[in-house]
Every structure is written in C-alpha cells, then in structure tokens.
Design a protein around this ligand. Structure first.
Ligand SMILES: Cc1ncc(COP(=O)(O)O)c(C=O)c1O
Length: 394
C-alpha cells in the first residue's frame, strides 16, 4: 500500500512523499502494464480498484522512420493517446476518481483547456459520477461535444480559462464536490508521475538522457520530474533525465520566464495558437516547471504554429502516430533543440505524445448540457437548479 510519509507544500500544491526504497517498485516487467502497478508509490489504501476504465501502460514506440529522418537512433515516443479519451489526462482522472469513489463522492469538477475535461467527463460517465466542467468560452467545439455526449454539465466561462479555474475551485469548495483541478489536487501529479516509471521500465530499467514534453499549466512536466526523482530516491536509478518543456510561440509565459524576458502581449495570447491544450498564459505551477527544467540541465523552448502542424504531419507520415497540435510540440521542440545544440543526436530521447484528436460521434442529442456564464457562482447555482427535473404538479 502507498503510505504517504510526508507532505511538502510546493507553490500551493501538496507534494506527497513516501518512505522511498527499491521494493516500492515492481520487480519485473509484466506482460501488460497499467498505472495501478505502481500503487506502492501512489497514495492509495489497500483494496480493490473500483475505477472501471483502463489506465496507463501506454506504449514506448521505437519509431524507426522518425529515427532515420532525424538521425536520432535512440529516439522513442511515449504514446499517451491509447487511453479512453486519448490524452495523458486519463491518468490523473483515474486516480482522482478512484479516490472519490472510495470517499463516496457523487460529483467531480475540473476546469480545463479541453483534454482534462473530456477525460473527466468520460471517467465520470464510466464511474457513474456527475461531472461539472468549466472551460473557456473559446473551448474547441469538438471537445465540448465529447464532454456533453459523455453526460457532463459544462459551463463555458466568458472571462476565459483562468476564471474557469477559479470558478471550478470555488464551486468545489461551496458545493462539496471532488476537485480534480490540476495544480490543486496532488493526486493529478501522483498519477502523471507514473509515466516516468513506465519509461524507465520500458527502457530496461534505464533513464533516458532527455525527455521532451508540451507545457501548459505544468503538471505533465513537473510530474515527470517527480517520477524520475522518486526512482532516484528509491535507489533504482542514479540520475534524472534533462527535461525540455515546449510551449507555443503565441502563448509562452514560461519560455519568457526561462529566458528572462518580459513577455509581449502577442506571446501571451491563448487564442493566437492552434495548440489549445497548452495555451495557458499563467501556468498553475510554472515555478515548479522552471525548477524541474533547471535542476536537470534542460531547457524551455517555443515553437510556431507552422512548426506544430509540420510536426503533427511528420508524426503521422514517419511514425504512424496521431497527435493534436499541442502534443506535436514535443517533436517540434526536439527539432529546435537539435538545431540549437540542446540535444545531441547520439542521446536517448523520449518524446511525450500527450493527446490525439478525437471526433465526437454524430449521435443525435447528448446527455449533458452547456451553459455560457460569467465567472459567478450564483450563475452556476441558478443554472444547476434549473437543470433539476420538475416534479409532477410542481
Ligand atoms: C495535448 C496536451 N498536451 C499537453 C498539455 C499540457 O499539460 P500541463 O497542463 O500538464 O502542462 C495539455 C493540457 O491540457 C494537453 O491537452
């Protein structure tokens, strides 16, 4: 069982610590991997897992065509798009809901740029919980449709993503809902760190030289750092990889912070990039990301939308891998890092593919509902009250 022995408050987020030792990791590689395999390093009491969807165990692809094209013979893609909603948000959703099921909650909430919301809607549907989701007014229509088809109650917040986060957290607090917000609920980080464990196992218990990941709010990259750090603290690895975080040129607050320049307005424009998943002008745990990148000797880089589109096309043509623009940032970032000498072609490099486009089915009608609201809790409450089915005669 995963006994948490310490908690450190890291930029507002609870950072859980364990009594680290080699025995906390599974002894040999199983035929099929899943996230629960690492439960000794998750804050989960003993007992059966109730979460009904598969989670974790994503493939580490050897991508021969891409290796050849880039002349990087030890290039790998950790493809996180094989879960129920095709993004790395499925891991965090699974652990948060597992915890909620054990505590008997009936409603889960999150704010999201899109993928965490879809993952939460799918996970809640499977676990028979109510999902109340807060997204920005400019959330992608396909992602909205996926949420409502899964039965989620969705609020599009006029003031944008940051206001949606505040509203979701306030609603969780006021209504006693399970709060899945990234950077708030430490379980999201705990779940996402298992990617590092899997990469290590899949490479034959070796640590890669470099791992490259897209960065929005920051938990994906910060969790990789925590996962690799825990392998070292458990005594099964000697070093951590360098982490390279990638943002879109049009929304690159952390790249600006990394290079020490004051961002211009056109570098903080979430609507200005096709990479909606990472279009976050103020990252929830930006400081943690910068610390993680600095610690391992990595870097933060920004890529253009053209580079993202080209990278998505190359992933399809040379690796047979589907990636949405935000996820293709890993490959676009590698191209830049190779050019800039941040990564050497002889190194073992892992690209994280964090999400793939999923189309909603053309189903007629949907079980969920969308309302557009101002960032006010009373508007949310009124909308939810009006959702209640009317009793006969009332
Ligand atoms: C496809 C994709 N990649 C990367 C990220 C960035 O994740 P994080 O917010 O953990 O930095 C997101 C976040 O929604 C995403 O949707």
């Amino acid at each position: 069982m995963g006994d948490v022995v310490g908690r450190e408050l890291v930029t507002g987020c609870d950072w859980l610590q364990y009594d680290y030792r080699p025995a906390l990791l599974p002894a040999g590689l199983a035929r099929s991997l899943d996230m629960w395999r690492y439960r000794d390093l998750l804050p989960l009491a003993a007992g059966p897992i109730r979460y009904p969807l598969p989670v974790g165990g994503s493939p580490l692809l050897s991508v021969p065509g891409l290796r050849q094209r880039l002349d990087v013979p030890q290039l790998w893609i950790k493809d996180e798009t094989h879960g129920p909603s095709a993004s790395n948000k499925d891991r965090a959703t699974a652990l948060v809901i597992e915890d909620g099921l054990r505590r008997g909650v009936d409603t889960i909430t999150t704010a999201s740029t899109g993928n965490a919301a879809v993952a939460t809607a799918f996970g809640a549907a499977a676990a028979q919980l109510r999902a109340v989701i807060f997204v920005s007014i400019d959330c992608q229509p396909d992602k909205l449709a996926l949420m409502t088809q899964a039965g989620a109650r969705v609020f599009q917040v006029r003031e944008g993503y940051a206001a949606a986060v505040d509203l979701s957290r306030a609603a969780a607090d006021r209504f006693g809902w399970l709060d899945r917000n990234t950077g708030t609920n430490p379980l999201t980080m705990e779940a996402k760190k298992t990617v590092a464990f899997e990469v290590w196992e899949q490479l034959g218990r070796r640590i890669p030289d470099v791992v490259i990941a897209p960065v929005g709010d920051g938990p994906t990259l910060a969790a990789l750092d925590k996962g690799f750090a825990e392998l070292v603290r458990c005594g099964v690895a000697e070093r951590q990889p360098r982490l390279v975080g990638v943002q879109a040129e049009r929304c690159q607050p952390l790249v600006c912070a990394w290079t020490g320049v004051e961002p211009r307005a056109d570098q903080l424009d979430p609507a200005g990039t096709i990479a909606d998943g990472i279009a976050v002008p103020k990252a929830a745990i930006g400081d943690l990301v910068l610390t993680a990148v600095r610690r391992g000797g990595g870097a933060m880089v920004a890529v253009s939308d053209d580079a993202l589109l080209a990278a998505a096309a190359t992933l399809a043509s040379d690796a047979g891998v589907g990636a949405e623009p935000a996820a293709a940032a890993s490959l676009a970032g590698l191209a830049l890092a190779l050019d800039d000498g941040l990564v050497d072609r002889s190194e073992t490099v892992v690209l994280l593919n964090t999400g793939r486009e999923v189309k909603p089915s053309p189903a007629s009608g949907s079980a969920g509902r969308v309302s557009i609201v101002n960032a006010r809790l009373d508007e949310v409450r009124r909308a939810l009250d009006s959702d209640q089915p009317r009793m006969p005669g009332s």
